[in-house]
Design a protein around this ligand. Structure first.
Ligand code: ATP
Length: 775
């Protein structure tokens, strides 16, 4: 039985009476909070996007002791108060200097890294980086750490006694003030009315409470047949998930709110915006793929049955492009884009929508190798003639491809032409000429690559037909470092569809601090995109929450009951450094895991014949390489991957062979698909040869947070090792979440100095990790 409750955040004023009620309740709650309650008690929203709360109902809690603290003081009693001296000594000595800009990249996509490197050359950025390594005097936390305070300690929340302290109280304001003051450049403008609106108005629908699973409009699907899916999609889904699979909470919610009772997206109510938020490995990909694919196919069928209503309803902006997808799926890394594309394909063998993954951005591009979209189309045609028709291209249909998956930067390149972000262009280069021209001149970044910098390739993708945009890992793609690119792409789509939206300058894109601003800003304008927009994430940091409140106040927010918690099937274990060689400690632990597996081999068949695979997360690329070499010398074959690794440049996911989940259907069937030019159409997760011996086949993968986002790792990865102190709990949740997926068992092993002098940091991590464990 579905035990827990699932929360639905919906802010549409014209919704059902329940939405209305929630709206009213939320604002009522906010008023009570501001006034301190009517009867001396405080009202709290006991479930929001932070981990501290369990229930989803509005509750009136007795006045807690935490409230006795005068305003402005840290309400938690567990933290040692910081004296001026202790602060100074921490600032000066005890913390190693960190390069925040590079080291804290949670998702080091090459495009992102290059941006960061560019910024590092900028003196004001360096100054900002230095400042970020300081301690926030009021809260005693690292300022960089506070970046992600969207995930909080449950125990700390309990002590404080109310969640509003976090959202509305001093800590919230201080955090944002500090963050904003740390940034270089002019202070950001803020529309205080909209931010306070978000903080207070978090309407929550309790959908999964034990008493509330089957009645009336609260009924949620327990099978994939209600609302009905198309037979072709349903049968592929059954192939992929197995005949007994039932929707996960986020999938049931998504089917309920994105599809109507006939299984279609309601066409009459305009373009919609959704946020799907649930813990790692809970099936968010299917939660958005089902409604999107079903809708795309349905509208194709409708258009075919009534020729007077052609699928292309909007004028094509500019010259006609070879690719005119109807849906875009954005992901922060190429690895994830490839896996998502493979996953979507596996659901489409019968209904025959065409999915294309744009994922070769890591490969050097030269004129000869850079296939144009037309070449791509002809290759698709050839493959369609030979093969099962997965990439069947109807040349006259105007839709050689229905869905394109890629990073925002890669998609922008396809829309604007490669090199669009460079000033010089016009002429397509002669490689020799380029070389001679640049003799004696320092070449930087992309300019180092032949074919980049001086020229611009032809745009190959039009956006006028885009009806759906999915932003996977939305907290990354709307992170201040990424959102400029993401929003530029969204604005381009809007323009192409004839409804331009304002484009804000980069400096105005960051979330607005509620305390800092006085002037209303143009950036707080709600963005009504002329397409359906779905954001998904396993974590909603305050930055994203504030951004959504500011720009997407009407977005329907759908969250699962265990958001911001570790998956239930994931155990947590802490390992103490022995005080000697840390690499040797890690090796010992690996061998211990395998010894345990071997002893269990009689009882279960783990992984590929008894030994489980292990994923190790480090904070730095140099540590990845060092550990990789160390283990290799000791006959533990491993794959060490960081953002700069050569293996990543192949344009496929083969460097993850044996570690990503392989689904029997989709992946294997699409194995022979052509890979062309700037696109990747080969399977996301090819199967690998099986070897029982960790000396000959890699059983260990070492990486940074680069691979922590969204990737669906194989169930044979039963252990995730976190060998460096996690930078923040959001990063931790995503790393740990690579195991224990889809109800599989797993263990996250956190290394640290747990005893004696210098153990306070590890103990603090332990406490914070403990607060993420679901009850
Ligand atoms: N209803 C279901 N029943 C069984 N398995 C499922 C179900 N839905 C999804 N899965 C499987 O769960 C795994 C994780 O799914 P998915 O990658 O979509 O999770 P996610 O929520 O996006 O995770 P992350 O936050 O890490 O990106 C996949 O292997 C998927 O096939």
């Amino acid at each position: 039985m579905l035990r827990s409750t699932t929360s639905q955040l919906c802010s549409k004023a014209d919704h059902t009476s329940r939405s209305l009620l929630l709206h009213t309740s939320a604002s009522f709650s906010a008023q009570l909070v501001r006034s301190g309650g009517r009867d001396g008690s405080r009202t709290r929203l006991t479930k929001d996007l932070n981990p501290g709360s369990r229930s989803t109902n509005l509750e009136v809690a007795p006045k807690s002791r935490g409230q006795d603290h005068p305003r402005g003081k840290h309400p938690s009693s567990s933290r040692e108060p910081f004296t001026q001296d202790s602060r100074r000594s921490i600032r000066d000595d005890s913390r190693p200097k960190r390069n925040f800009a590079r080291d804290s990249v949670p998702h080091a996509d090459p495009e992102y890294v290059s941006t960061v490197k560019k910024e590092e050359r900028n003196p004001s950025f360096r100054r900002w980086s230095r400042q970020k390594n300081e301690v926030n005097e009021r809260t005693g936390r690292w300022k960089s750490e506070e970046e992600f305070h969207g995930v909080r300690q449950r125990d700390a929340t309990k002590e404080r006694g109310d969640k509003e302290t976090m959202r509305d109280g001093n800590r919230y304001s201080d955090h944002h003030r500090d963050r904003q003051n740390d940034r270089p450049g002019p202070p950001r403008r803020v529309d205080t009315s909209s931010t306070s609106k978000f903080r207070n108005a978090i309407p929550i629908v309790s959908e999964f409470s034990e008493t509330n699973t089957t009645t009336g409009s609260n009924e949620l699907a327990t099978t994939f047949t209600s609302p009905p899916l198309m037979p072709g999609i349903l049968s592929c889904l059954t192939d992929v998930l197995g005949p007994r699979a039932t929707p996960t909470p986020i999938q049931a919610l998504s089917m309920k709110w994105l599809l109507n009772e006939t299984g279609q997206v309601n066409p009459s109510s305009g373009w919609k915006q959704f946020l799907l938020a649930s813990e790692t490995g809970s099936g968010k990909s299917i939660a958005y793929l089902l409604p999107v694919l079903q809708n795309l196919k349905q509208s194709e069928l409708d258009a075919a049955s009534s020729p007077r209503s052609p699928l292309i309803t909007l004028p094509q902006a500019g010259p006609r492009r070879a690719l005119n997808p109807r849906a875009l799926i954005l992901a922060p890394t190429h690895e994830l884009a490839r896996q998502l594309a493979g996953f979507a394909k596996s659901l489409l063998h019968e209904v025959k929508l065409r999915v294309l993954c744009a994922s070769r951005a890591n490969v050097k591009s030269s004129k000869e190798h850079d296939a144009t979209a037309r070449q791509m189309v002809s290759q698709f045609n050839a493959s369609a003639a030979e093969k099962s028709g997965e990439f069947e291209v109807k040349e006259r249909s105007g839709f050689p491809v229905d869905v394109v998956v890629g990073t925002p930067m890669k998609l922008l390149e396809m829309v604007k032409g490669r090199g669009w972000d460079r000033k010089e262009m016009d002429v397509e280069p002669d490689v020799n000429e380029l070389d001679s021209e640049h003799i004696g001149k320092p070449r930087r970044g992309r300019d180092k690559m032949i074919g980049f910098g001086k020229w611009r390739s032809q745009p190959e993708m039009g956006l006028a037909n885009v009806e759906w945009v999915v932003v996977d890992e939305a907290d990354v793609l709307f992170d201040p470092d990424f959102q400029e690119t993401t929003r530029l792409l969204l604005a381009d789509i809007s323009l192409a569809r004839g409804h331009p939206v304002p484009i804000s300058p980069a400096s105005a894109l960051s979330p607005s601090p509620p305390s800092a601003a006085t002037t209303p800003s143009t950036t707080s304008t709600p963005l009504d995109y002329p397409f359906n927009l779905i954001l998904t994430s396993a974590t909603i940091p305050t930055a994203l929450a504030t951004y959504l409140d500011t720009h997407h106040p009407k977005m329907m927010r759908i969250a699962s009951p265990h958001l911001h918690h570790l998956p239930k099937t994931l155990q947590t274990e802490y390992v103490n450094w022995t005080g000697g060689n840390k690499l040797a400690d890690i090796e010992r632990r690996i061998r211990r895991v395998w010894a345990e597996d071997a002893s269990m081999a009689g009882f279960n068949g783990i992984g590929d014949g008894g030994l489980s695979k292990i994923l190790i997360f480090c904070n730095k690329s140099s540590k990845v390489d060092e550990l990789g070499r160390y283990l290799e010398e000791r006959n533990i074959k491993n794959i060490a991957l960081s953002s700069t690794s050569d293996q990543r440049k192949r344009g496929s996911n083969h460097h993850l062979d044996g570690f990503l989940r392989v689904r029997e259907t989709g992946a294997k069937e699409s194995e022979g698909a052509p890979s062309t030019g700037s696109t990747e159409t080969s399977p996301a997760v090819p199967d690998t040869s099986i070897s029982l011996d960790p000396k000959s086949s890699p059983h260990v993968m070492i990486t940074t947070s680069l691979l922590s986002r969204g990737l669906d790792f194989s169930p044979s990865i039963r252990h995730v090792f976190i060998v460096d102190e996690p930078r923040n709990m959001i990063d931790f949740l995503h790393r740990a979440g690579r195991a224990g997926r889809a109800g599989e068992k797993g263990k996250v092993v956190v290394f640290g100095k747990m005893k004696g002098r210098g153990s306070s940091k590890a103990k603090d991590v332990r406490k914070r990790v403990g607060s993420l464990v679901p009850h």
